[in-house]
Design a protein. Structure first.
Length: 596
């Protein structure tokens, strides 16, 4: 498969909006794949300006007066990033093989199982000058960049209105982001869709030839979809296959043990989910292939299609866990996100926020109600975004202005959608709560949930603005950061090589106790179960049935993990102890729910 060029076995997923906005420039020349969020075109315009000036080139703004300005900004920025990566790769290829050079770093960071790494190690041992020179030439030719991936969150797709107050055809946020990517010069790249199915967006894909395979069945721009379970993969894969779009990769992400927006399953855990993909991978390939071939039969005869890749991310923290996912569950690659927030070589985190991330503990990373989308959101308490929100509340002006308008989706009080984190919405909603028939305690609880909403569009962009010294939104320079719970067990400020060495088991940057990733996810789901128990009306048969099903799925997951332990697939003694504690907690929650 042409786009799967990385010599590494992991990728850096998209994080927030700004945290990985130019990560490919930082890591692609070392062969590492990474993802950029392209939905925020204002930030992208600022980043365009930064890189043009950095290169002493003339910057020509793409103003909002231009048609398709969002897509044009994105296209030019991605082309710019692509050129930056090409330049850096050439610098790596021509560097001297010395102890601190970029080309040495390139090969030193490769996994030991890589044929290329073994060739490099052989090169180091050679003494014959002629042989060494020949192998050195081979190695230089083998230097290849990691892929520049882009991410579109499908739920961020507001319509845009023209001067005549009419909806602009194909002008919505997500469609313009897609157009911008499709028209870029990127090759060997992947477009990652997250947050579920968006039929309008998925249908728009088929209008671009760039997502069609060449005669050999390869894609210069491939499609990947983030999913939480097999059913979701099958539904979305079939929907696209019927429209002549091939999904090259399903990127499984933990429902709760992840950064940013968290899409909880109905109690289905990562292990059983991975098992289902393992057992049904051939079936998935066959079913989607048949639908796809039927859909494109009139256009072209496809001789071969690439195998569907199954990758996984969310809470991976050790070499042993990474190996388990690849060896036992047969994942093609893994995603390591949150730990890279502590790696300035790879991500954009301002110094103040970086220090807070380094000091964060388990209780500091919470499953919040901060997202205006109404989706739960993993979030670092104590960041400056929380301070900004609380200051507004103390001024008796809850919420914030809405400069970016990406998350305007609520029409509860207005005909035109507004953001639930905005001053306008919070004022209207608070008045509704105060005038309701709720008890004082219920009113306080509803108001507290309301006041948790935060301006994510701005807060998730400002770290880049701080690092690169430009103004994003005046008087709104606060930062919101959204690590996964796994970050609590990492506390250093790491170099790229240190983290890569940790991933491949060459070193261990962790200290102190850290639960296995499967245990941590289970613990998070049990906390979620407790919330569910507290909010469920058990006199309502439908709600009671949902709670029971959720509980049963967790219990079946525990049985599955016990089986892995007793078969010595997972060998850590603490794993079984932690499982039994989790089992006990579930029993306690269900018994209390029955009594209530």
């Amino acid at each position: 498969m042409k786009n799967a060029i990385s010599p590494h076995q992991f990728h850096i997923p998209v994080m927030g909006i700004a945290y990985t906005i130019d990560t490919p420039v930082k890591v692609a020349h070392f062969g590492i794949n990474s993802s950029i969020s392209i939905i925020e075109d204002h930030l992208i315009e600022k980043m365009r300006e930064y890189y043009y000036k950095l290169n002493n080139e003339t910057f020509h703004p793409i103003t909002k007066k231009e048609s398709n300005f969002r897509a044009k900004r994105i296209t030019d920025y991605l082309n710019l990033i692509g050129e930056e990566v090409k330049k850096k790769v050439e610098e790596v290829k021509t560097a001297a093989f010395s102890g601190t050079s970029e080309i040495t770093k390139y090969f030193e960071m490769l996994p030991e199982v890589s044929e290329l790494k073994q060739k490099y190690l052989k090169f180091l041992q050679l003494t014959d000058p002629s042989e060494k020179e020949n192998l050195e030439t081979e190695l230089r030719k083998e230097v290849k960049p990691g892929a520049i991936e882009v991410n579109i969150m499908t739920k961020i797709d507001s319509d845009q209105i023209d001067e005549n107050k009419e909806v602009i055809e194909n002008g919505s946020d997500a469609l313009q982001a897609l157009k911008g990517y499709a028209e870029s010069n990127l090759e060997n790249s992947t477009l990652v869709f997250s947050a579920g199915m968006n039929p309008r967006l998925f249908n728009y894909l088929s209008s671009f030839k760039t997502f069609k395979p060449n005669n050999n069945g390869n894609f210069s721009k491939a499609i990947a979809i983030k999913v939480s379970d097999y059913r979701s993969a099958l539904i979305q894969g079939k929907y696209l296959a019927k429209r002549g779009i091939w999904v090259s990769e399903f990127r499984i992400e933990s429902g709760l043990n992840c950064g940013g927006h968290a899409f909880a399953t109905d109690g289905f855990l990562m292990g059983p989910i991975m098992e289902e993909f393992k057992q049904k991978k051939d079936e998935l390939q066959s079913e989607l292939s048949a639908l796809y071939r039927s859909a494109v039969a009139e256009e072209a005869e496809i001789s071969a299609l690439p195998d569907i890749k199954i990758t996984v991310q969310g809470g991976i923290g050790t070499f042993e866990e990474d190996t388990l996912l690849k060896d036992y569950f047969q994942a093609d690659a893994t995603g390591w996100g949150s730990p890279f927030l502590l790696c300035p070589e790879a991500t954009n985190v301002d110094e103040e926020t970086l220090e807070k991330l380094q000091k964060s503990k388990e209780q500091d990373i919470v499953l919040s109600h901060s997202s205006p989308l109404g989706v739960r959101f993993n979030y670092l308490k104590g960041a400056s975004g929380e301070d900004f929100r609380r200051r507004n509340l103390l001024r008796n002006k809850p919420g914030s202005s809405c400069p970016e308008k990406l998350l305007e989706s609520n029409t509860e009080f207005t005909e035109k959608p507004i953001c639930t984190a905005s001053h306008k919405y919070q004022k209207l909603k608070l008045k509704q709560i105060q005038n309701s028939d709720l008890s004082n305690a219920e009113k306080a609880r509803e108001a507290d949930l309301l006041f948790q909403k935060e301006c994510l569009c701005t807060g998730l962009c400002n770290s880049a603005a701080k690092n690169y010294n430009f103004s994003f939104v005046k008087k709104m320079d606060f930062v919101t950061v959204c690590p996964g719970p796994n970050l609590a067990y990492f506390s250093g400020k790491y170099s790229l090589k240190e983290l890569t060495d940790h991933i491949y088991g060459r070193t261990n940057v962790l200290s102190g106790y850290r639960p296995h990733m499967f245990i941590k996810e289970l613990q998070l789901y049990i906390d979620y179960l407790k919330e569910l128990a507290d909010s469920t009306d058990f006199s309502n048969k439908r709600e009671a049935k949902k709670f029971t099903r959720f509980t049963q799925n967790l219990e079946e997951g525990i049985d599955y993990y016990k089986n892995l332990f007793f078969r010595k697939v997972i060998k850590e003694h603490q794993f079984l102890t932690d499982l039994l504690i989790c089992e006990s907690r579930i029993l306690e929650i269900t018994q209390q729910a029955e009594v209530a």
